[in-house]
Design a protein around this ligand. Structure first.
Ligand code: ADP
Ligand code: MG
Length: 307
């Protein structure tokens, strides 16, 4: 059975991406959506991915969902290698091992079916009897607080209620992993917070691992860890220390992600504030490293600097 998060964090990560690349090619152009992304997620963790539009968040989530294949690098979920998985493996993976919630409420649900029938669909497809499917659908709708509304169609439900149904649908076949791409993007902040709290409750009661892509920086209060993406790579990581949260305020620390080659991304604001361009001085000073802009006196003529 599932081990505790503390025990499993020492073991192999549940999700393991290393030097992951995704290149979209069309006739005229190539877009590098992921450029050497590193990410580890422990089993049972609930974490968020934030980042500007175009930073590669959806690309990463689609790869983790088995909807898209990476170009190079490593991506493992549990025992499965998603880089080398066959098309049949991926079908199986998508059905049994991963639930997905999209931003567009309309994409998550079948419009002419009731909430209850929507949850039953993936159960029937997996071969459950109608009776089993109904019982499971009711159990899940109760878990998301919508048992009373089970006979409503999506257009009779609010946006927040539709996302609750979508979460119930995504959990129908009890997947160990739940992925959500901006699930609250179309909701007001109060409703969004309710949805984040629901994810947290499900995470704590079922042990499902949850990765949420969001624009909402307030998510940090609701998850174990927030990883920021920039230009197709993970750049910083915010960790919340639960032990401190009982006292006055909690300790929230932000770290820069350092990859195996020692690369890290300096925050854009720091680069701009110091006027750091193509090169910087990096020096070990006692117990830390100093990064300083190149001084005018240090600038050597370089071929591309000749004006
Ligand atoms: P985010 O979700 O962080 O906004 P995406 O993963 O959607 O970012 O996109 C990352 C980059 O990849 C963007 O430059 C985007 O235009 C490009 N991209 C995404 N999907 C495709 C695709 N199917 N074909 C070509 N380029 C794509
Ligand atoms: Mg996106």
């Amino acid at each position: 059975m599932a081990s505790t998060p503390a025990a499993s964090s020492a073991a192999a990560p549940y999700i393991h991406c290393e030097d992951l690349f995704k290149i979209y090619k069309s006739d005229e152009l190539e877009v590098v959506a992921l450029r050497g992304l590193d990410l580890k997620v422990a089993r049972g963790e609930m974490m968020a991915i934030v980042g500007a539009s175009g930073s590669g968040k959806s690309t990463l989530l689609n790869i983790l969902a088995g909807l898209d294949t990476p170009s190079a690098g490593r991506v493992n979920v549990g025992a499965r290698d998603l880089l080398t998985a066959t098309a049949d493996d991926l079908v199986e993976y998508r059905r049994r091992e991963v639930g997905f919630v999209w931003q567009q409420t309309g994409r998550n649900l079948i419009p002419y079916l009731s909430a209850e029938q929507n949850v039953e669909v993936p159960l029937i497809l997996e071969g459950r009897s109608p009776g089993q499917a109904r019982a499971r659908a009711r159990y899940l709708l109760e878990a998301v607080g919508l048992l009373e509304r089970r006979r409503q169609r999506p257009d009779q439900l609010s946006g927040g209620e539709q996302q609750r149904v979508a979460i119930a649908v995504s959990l129908a076949n009890d997947p160990p992993l739940l992925l959500a791409d901006e699930p609250t993007g179309e909701l007001d902040s109060v409703t969004a917070d309710e949805i984040f709290r629901l994810f947290r409750t499900l995470n704590e009661t079922t042990g499902v691992t949850i990765v949420i892509v969001t624009h909402d920086r307030a998510i940090a209060r609701r998850v174990d860890r927030v990883v920021a993406m920039r230009d197709g790579r993970t750049s910083t990581e915010i960790v919340r220390h639960a032990a401190f949260s009982r006292g006055q305020g909690e300790l929230v620390e932000e770290f820069a992600v350092v990859d195996r080659s020692g690369r890290l991304q300096l925050p854009r604001e720091h680069l701009d504030a110091l006027g750091i361009g193509e090169r910087a001085r990096v020096e070990l000073t006692g117990d830390h490293v100093e990064v300083r802009p190149e001084q005018p006196s240090e600038q050597r003529p370089l071929p591309w600097r000749r004006s």
